[in-house]
Design a protein around this ligand. Structure first.
Ligand SMILES: C[S@@+](CC[C@H](N)C(=O)[O-])C[C@H]1O[C@@H](n2cnc3c(N)ncnc32)[C@H](O)[C@@H]1O
Length: 238
C-alpha cells in the first residue's frame, strides 16, 4: 500500500554529423554523440519530441556560432537541443515548468549522462515572474522545441521571451514547432509583443529528412523552424 512504482526508463543515442568520405579528415566533419534518458510516461516532458531532433540539428549546424554563447532552453523536457548546445561549448541553462520537478530531474539526468557538470537547471514557468527568472543573467539565445502546442500558453511563452529580450535586445528565440492545426498562429501575439520572426527552411541546415541524428522521430511530421527576435534586432539584421 502506498508503494510507488518507479517509471521504466531507456536511453536513446543521437549522432550529429560525422558522415564523411573515407579520405576526409575528421576535423572537417566531426561527430557528436549524445545520450538522452527517457521515462516511459505519457507526460509531455519525459521523452524527446520530433521537434527537438530538428532544433538540435539546427544547433549542431550552427555550432561555431553557438560556442561560448549564453543559452537558455525553455520547456526543455529531456533537453536534447540544450545538451547539444552545451556539448558545443555554449554556457547553458536548462529550464522547465517550476511545478514539474520530474521534468527538472529529467534535465539533470540528461546532463549527467553526457558528463555535463556546468549546466544550470532552473524552474521557469511561462508567463510567471519568479525569483529564478529575475535572477537570470542576460542570454544570447533561447531554445524552445515544441512549446507552441497549446494556444492558451502562447502569450505566456512570448511574455517570458519578451522579458528575456528586455535584458538582451539582441537575443534570439530559436524554436521548432509541429504543424498540428492550420488555425494556430502567433503572428498577432508577435506584433503585440514587438517581435518579428522568420522561417528557416529545413533544407538550409540539412534537416529535411525523415531520419535525423540516427533517429526516425522526425518521420513525416510537418515541423517548422523559426527565429524570433525583437523588431529592432530583425530590422538591423535585414
Ligand atoms: C511537448 S513537450 C516538449 C519537450 C522538449 N522541448 C522536446 O521537444 O522534446 C513540452 C514541454 O513544455 C513543458 N511545459 C509545459 N507547460 C509549461 C509551462 N507552463 N511552463 C514551462 N514549461 C512548460 C513541459 O513540461 C514539457 O517539457
Amino acid at each position: 500500500m502506498g508503494e510507488r512504482v518507479a517509471a521504466a526508463s531507456r536511453v536513446k543515442e543521437y549522432r550529429f554529423g560525422g558522415q564523411r568520405d573515407e579520405d576526409e579528415p575528421e576535423h572537417l566533419n566531426p561527430e557528436l554523440v549524445v545520450f538522452i534518458p527517457e521515462v516511459l510516461d505519457p507526460q509531455y516532458g519525459m521523452y524527446v519530441w520530433p521537434c527537438a531532433v530538428v532544433l538540435a540539428q539546427y544547433v549542431w549546424f550552427h555550432r561555431r556560432l553557438v560556442s561560448s554563447k549564453r543559452i537558455l532552453e525553455l520547456g526543455a523536457g529531456v533537453s536534447l537541443p540544450g545538451i547539444v548546445a552545451a556539448k558545443c561549448d555554449a554556457e547553458v541553462i536548462l529550464s522547465d515548468n517550476a511545478e514539474f520537478p520530474q521534468c527538472l530531474d529529467n534535465c539533470r539526468r540528461s546532463c549527467q549522462m553526457n558528463n555535463l557538470s556546468g549546466v544550470h537547471i532552473i524552474g521557469v514557468t511561462w508567463g510567471r515572474v519568479s525569483p529564478c527568472l529575475l535572477a537570470l543573467p542576460p542570454v544570447d539565445i533561447i531554445l524552445a522545441s515544441d512549446v507552441f502546442f497549446e494556444p492558451e500558453d502562447f502569450e505566456d511563452i512570448l511574455s517570458t521571451v519578451y522579458y528575456l529580450m528586455r535584458k538582451n535586445p539582441h537575443a534570439q528565440l530559436w524554436t521548432t514547432y509541429q504543424v498540428r492545426s492550420a488555425d494556430w498562429s502567433i503572428e498577432g501575439l508577435l506584433y503585440k509583443w514587438e517581435m518579428d520572426s522568420f522561417c528557416v527552411p529545413l533544407q538550409s541546415f540539412e534537416a529535411n529528412k525523415e531520419q535525423l541524428a540516427g533517429s526516425s522521430l522526425p518521420g513525416r511530421h510537418t515541423i517548422e523552424m523559426m527565429v524570433i527576435a525583437t523588431k529592432k534586432a530583425v530590422q538591423l539584421e535585414t
